[in-house]
Design a protein around this ligand. Structure first.
Ligand code: HEM
Length: 368
């Protein structure tokens, strides 16, 4: 009997060791979703909910690095500039209510999926990523901070470098990369963060009707980004703050940093232009010799062009592919992930723990 008891202790110890992977209970998981929805809704700027874009960008940057999505950000790295405003809010909620019951990496990924769900509330095609969410991500040892092991892509990069980054780091095909870059339909660039200024989309291509009750285009996940690229060919480079190049439309070539917010043009970064054209910058600031509508030096279409046209014409197709590719990205982790907790999965583990408890009680009360 003593041998049996020893065996049982060993199995219990082994179980504890293996369960370093935190799997949230159904109750905690549901509470995390509810609190994240509330947090995202609580930060408003007119019709914009800036936490939507902030959480989606955070999920991407959290997944860059040797350990992939690990609940850790290096805020000292210039490539992560601007993320702190989002992590400060998410971390405060995590520390107050969820530390220990769900990993921070799960919490960051869940925040993005909740944000994307909220972003399509008014849109014709709904994002359904919550249905496929997985849990059990491992945090980095120094969470929430880390040393950035892989440099995030720069908005001044050209076509080859942009596609190579996603191939090398996420094993994404060109089509997958075009799909994931559509996330830039959300949010904005700020001079103080990255040296670019403006939003990728505005009301012109949004699938959501402009109305006080609907979200601003910068908070809506739809294919406006692709139509912006394909249906406006007059993109020209301008210099922001005398340093970095971004693309604006021909009729609005005053650089956005010289204009009040209400008068700014939509923008594309070099890495967005690659979704349709081949560009190779000739300097650090991202200068490109060709332009899509230039008469003497027209850019050639890239291999990505046909995909961009396809997504520009078919919002449902893009939302489905985005859900899949974004899901693949946020599932990259050192742990093997598990399906999201459900009510029935919560009940299933109770008999397991009950048997352990009864065996322990029996041994303590009867055998000893
Ligand atoms: C070649 C790859 C990429 C480059 C060069 C790039 C670059 C940038 C830059 C420069 C900004 C502006 C940040 C600021 O000034 O605050 C930004 C914002 C953003 N990025 Fe990317 N990005 C890339 C890929 C992605 C991916 C894969 C996602 C998500 C799946 C993403 C989501 C976002 C979002 C949502 C914003 C808006 C953030 C906000 O408004 O707070 N980006 N990106």
């Amino acid at each position: 009997m003593h041998a049996l008891y020893r065996l049982w202790c060993i199995s219990l110890a082994l179980k504890c060791f293996v369960s370093i992977q935190i799997i949230p209970t159904f109750t905690n998981y549901e509470k995390a979703k509810t609190e994240l929805f509330k947090l995202i809704e609580s930060v408003k700027n007119g019709r914009d909910l800036p936490m939507i874009a902030g959480c989606v960008r955070l999920a991407f940057h959290d997944c860059i690095g040797k350990e992939y999505c690990n609940g850790c950000i290096d805020h000292t790295h210039a490539g992560n500039a601007g993320l702190k405003v989002t992590t400060d809010r998410i971390n405060a909620l995590y520390e107050a209510l969820f530390k220990g019951s769900i990993s921070r990496a799960d919490f960051y990924a869940l925040a993005a999926v909740v944000a994307l769900t909220r972003s399509t509330a008014d849109a014709p095609v709904k994002y359904k990523g919550l249905d496929f969410f997985k849990v059990g991500r491992k945090d980095c040892d120094s969470s929430p901070n880390e040393f950035q092991s892989v440099t995030p892509p720069s908005g001044t990069d050209g076509t080859n470098k942009t596609f190579k980054f996603f191939q090398d780091n996420f094993n994404f095909t060109v089509r997958n990369t075009v799909v994931i870059l559509g996330a830039h339909t959300l949010g904005r660039c700020s001079l103080e963060n990255t040296g670019f200024v403006g939003t990728w989309v505005d009301d012109e291509f949004s699938t959501v009707v402009k109305d006080p009750s609907t979200l601003a285009p910068t908070s809506v996940l739809d294919n406006a980004y692709y139509r912006e690229i394909i249906d406006n060919l007059s993109w020209k480079q301008v210099t922001i703050d005398g340093i970095k190049k971004q693309w604006q439309k021909e009729n609005t070539l005053i650089p956005n940093d010289k204009l009040p917010e209400a008068n700014r043009s939509t923008l594309l970064l070099n890495s967005d232009i690659t979704n349709s054209w081949v560009i190779e910058p000739t300097d650090e600031s991202g200068t490109v010799a060709c332009a899509p509508t230039s008469t003497n030096n027209t850019c050639q279409h890239s291999v990505a062009h046909n995909y961009t046209v396809e997504f520009a014409r078919n919002n449902s197709l893009w939302v489905i592919e985005f859900t899949n590719v974004f899901g693949r990205m946020i599932e990259m982790n050192q742990n093997v992930l598990k399906d999201r907790p459900t009510l029935s999965s919560q009940w299933r583990v109770i008999p397991f723990y009950a048997i352990y408890f009864l065996m322990f009680a029996f041994y303590t009360l009867v055998i000893l």
